[in-house]
Write a protein that binds this ligand. Structure first.
Ligand code: NAD
Ligand code: DAU
Length: 336
């Protein structure tokens, strides 16, 4: 089996490549990534010399490059490549549309031309919008994206659906909740707060901090995608989540407690515009149909993650480069 993984140098993509190479000793993985600010080949250092893994630096918006790559006997495409950060999409929406919508369409076209056996679109629960105090997102929940990021992911998903309905391309869409774990870029809540707490800098909480996210350890996301590749019914959507709803304040207090830092570091800043209040996934279809079960309990998973960031300070301090700091200044301005 030959897999093309797009965005494989990012957080989830790199975890997925490591997972698949380990799980399937006969699979070959080709990783295509443009290496934007979020792409980091250091994540894949442990498989650098693995002959079943190769890396190509290319942009999914480059139709010729994607056609060439997919023409070489690719069985499965798993599309992780995306602009993934909501706050950046508020500052600069256009690249989100270009990568997440146009890039997806270019991949779909190449997949169709070369008779790919499965195209998996890695999407997000954010396409469903925001929940009230009760209820969960099912695969039938109407799409109601609220940020340019989620709107662009919903646009990509619609194209995936259309290529199945119109051209019969064998596709699946997965919609997962918030991931956490090793190699997450330190702009996202958990690694950002760990790095701030260690530096004893203010921890910026948007609004009242009572927004809820449904957390899943990244390896559990990877195992679900593996099952979707092999058992997913063509054209179906699969929601992925581990029933771990927590407020942002709970997450931040857990980090401070584990690191032995004071809660006085918590600083409430201006809320994110269009900030979704609550996400919660109903994973019963994925569990029932595919037999998926998450392995990580949230309380131990978050502890393990904090230890990973403590042990890999070189990894994230190297990332906190000039470009990252420039974005950070734009995002938080004088509020800290
Ligand atoms: P990430 O930002 O860490 O990684 C994205 C990767 O895509 C990077 O390596 C980047 O270089 C690459 N990339 C960006 N634009 C590209 C382009 N035009 N061509 C080729 N490569 C490009 O993101 P992540 O958190 O690993 O998310 C991966 C996917 O999973 C995304 O599609 C995201 O929407 C989805 N997702 C993420 C989460 C989460 O909690 N992080 C949850 C559900 C779904
Ligand atoms: O739900 C899945 C989505 O989860 C993915 O599709 C996205 O790619 C991924 O980035 C993530 O989106 P969120 O917006 O939920 O993640 P983020 O880490 O940016 O924020 C999590 C919560 O924490 C959110 O309610 C906003 C809040 N937050 C975030 C940051 C960065 C803060 O309060 N302060 C911060 O500095």
């Amino acid at each position: 089996m030959k897999l093309l993984v797009t965005g494989g140098a990012g957080f989830i993509g790199s975890n997925f490549i490591l997972y698949m190479l380990h799980q399937h000793p006969d699979y070959e993985v080709i990783n295509v990534d443009a290496l934007t600010y979020a792409g980091n080949l250091e994540n894949l250092k442990s498989v650098e010399d693995n002959r079943r893994h190769s890396f190509v630096q290319a942009d999914i918006r480059d139709a010729r490059a994607m056609d060439e790559l997919i023409s070489h006997g690719i069985n499965v495409v798993v599309n992780f490549a995306a602009e993934s950060h909501v706050d950046r999409s508020i500052l600069e929406p256009d690249v989100f549309v270009k990568t997440n919508v146009l890039g997806t369409q270019i991949l779909l076209d190449a997949a169709r031309r070369h008779g790919v056996e499965k195209f998996v679109q890695v999407s997000t629960d954010e396409v469903y919008g925001s929940l009230g105090e009760t209820g969960l997102f099912t695969e039938e929940t109407p799409l109601a994206p609220n940020s340019p990021y989620s709107a662009s992911k919903a646009g990509g998903d619609m194209l995936v659906r259309a290529y199945h309905e119109t051209f019969g391309l064998p596709v699946n869409i997965t919609r997962c909740s918030n991931n956490y774990g090793p190699y997450q870029f330190p702009e996202k809540l958990i690694p950002l707060m760990i790095s701030k707490a260690l530096a004893e800098e203010p921890l910026p909480i948007y609004g009242d901090g009572l927004n809820i996210r449904d957390w899943l350890f990244v390896e559990d996301h990877c195992s679900a995608i593996d099952l979707v590749i092999h058992q997913g019914r063509d054209g179906e959507i699969y929601n992925i989540g581990g029933n771990n709803e927590r407020t942002n304040l709970h997450i931040v207090k857990t980090i401070l407690e584990q690191l032995g830092k004071p809660e006085s570091l918590i600083t409430h800043v201006k809320d994110r515009p269009g900030h979704d209040r609550r996400y919660g996934i109903d994973p019963s279809k994925t569990m029932g149909e595919l037999g998926w079960q998450p392995k990580h309990n949230f309380e131990s998973g978050i502890r393990e993650t904090i230890v990973w960031y403590l042990d890999h300070q070189d990894w994230w301090t190297r990332i906190q480069s000039g470009a990252y700091r420039e974005y950070y200044a734009k995002q938080y301005g004088d509020s800290l």
